[in-house]
Design a protein around this ligand. Sequence first.
Ligand code: NAP
Length: 230
Amino acid sequence: MSSILITGANRGIGLELTRCFAERDWRVFACCRDPQGADALAALASGQKTVHVHRLDVTDPAQINALARELKDQPLDILFNNAGVKGPSPQGFGDTDVEAYLQTFRVNTLAPLKMAEAFVERVAASERKILATMGTIMGSLAENASGGYYAYRASKAAVHMEVRGMASDLAGKGIISVVFHPGWVRTRMGGDSAPVSVEESAAGLTRLLLRLTPKDNGRFYDYRGVELPW
Ligand SMILES: NC(=O)c1ccc[n+]([C@@H]2O[C@H](COP(=O)([O-])OP(=O)(O)OC[C@H]3O[C@@H](n4cnc5c(N)ncnc54)[C@H](OP(=O)(O)O)[C@@H]3O)[C@@H](O)[C@H]2O)c1
């Protein structure tokens, strides 16, 4: 049975990705900070027996390592670093709050790398060998012509760079490292005026994940499969 581990699976795009893969009979390791409060995920897991809920705050390396030990015999076809935060508000020039900025980096930048380090051999042991990380067009240097959102943009630009590094470092293991922009999506982060629904975004990402090949290693795609500039 194919398997995927998703962080931040209790709401938003992560929850919908969990649903998409569970409906395809994948084994889904759905991770969230607070399983007790994750009602929608618990409801999904009670109807779909292939969904396994795990507690994971991605900023806690001890929790990451404990989960990696728990899953030490489990190949992971896809490791999906989805969890993310927008960071402090406001984030204009002149607003920089150092601790809040660092916290944004802990979630958006450090956690995906720590997850990859902890689970790399589980991904390498799988059939598809995909290391997927949620970036954003707002982290594209080429596309930033409007400024603002310093902590969010910088944390995502940095995670994009990490994925480029892993695309080189892990290619020898056959791992396909990719970054995704999910669209501007109606979630708690994206807000009500976002044009893309979680269903549309997650369905697009799922289609894309299922057709990735080694030629996609080190690339940056939106949820429709359009390649984006770094
Ligand atoms: N929505 C958009 O328009 C948009 C656009 C571009 C990129 N993205 C990216 O897409 C990803 C998902 O975003 P979304 O729109 O679905 O946002 P969301 O609805 O706000 O969900 C964010 C998820 O991340 C989890 N999370 C945050 N901090 C965490 C931590 N320390 N440990 C574990 N989980 C943590 C949240 O869990 P809690 O419930 O515990 O907080 C939640 O499950 C993010 O990486 C985001 O940057 C979103």
